[in-house]
Ligand binder design. Sequence first.
Ligand SMILES: [Zn+2]
Length: 287
Amino acid sequence: MLKKCLIVMALAIAVSSCKKDSDVELQNEQKLSMDAELRASLPGNLNQMGANGAPLKVCVDKFTNSRPIILGEDDDDVSGRGVAVRGTKWPNGKTLRVYFINGGQIVRDNVMKFARRWANHANLHFVVTQNKAESDIRVGFKVNGDWGHWSWIGTDANEHKGEQTMNFGDLDRNSSDYDYGYYVLHEFGHAIGLGHEHLSPLANINWDKPAVYQYYMGPPNNWTRAQVNSNIFDKYKPREVRNTAYDTNSIMHYWIPNEFTTDNFSVDENAYLSDKDKIFIKRIYPG
Ligand SMILES: [Zn+2]
């Protein structure tokens, strides 16, 4: 709740302090310029924009009271730890019922196909249900024009009964298998309790913070500073999550262009489950 409140406050400040003087315009031009330069430097389909000028490759998680599990090898159980911490793990062996709010059959079938790749390594099952009331995960495609890719984390979906719990902004029947892997594996990773790998307590990324703020606070993302902090910089505390073997190959890692770091560190986009992803999810949901 704290993060949610912070963002609301930040938005209020942003709206109330909106100016149109030349300094602001210049700043915006610089942001746009950097955005264009950065995108031009990105490989392959990272250098693309969605239909609304939105980025194709950003996952914006829903803020949550709970703390997710992140990839790791510690056997401590995250659930029930600390007063403010609630687990997001589903019961082991659970069949997760997926309800589609919209989308054609081809898109739905592809989402299920890629979601089940997690089930190859976890004691979980995914089935489609036509009954929204009994569903566990409710998937929509660009609902109300939402270009974002997001999911509630694990059992937090139960707090949003009857509501959408996952959104895909850029998947359609013509999307490549690569894009289905990139988006579906990542969002369903969230849906079974995983957080972002770059927020691992053991990640020691030397961020070029001004560059990161400039990029994500500029169009088309237009995040607040608080959102950048939450999504990029605020690492989980070790006690909040399962401890980690930091894995840059994880499907749950953000891509990081070297422009975002001070030491030329970068992480390519990931569209496949890494070996550690597979091992870890098996430990969380053992068969
Ligand atoms: Zn994500």
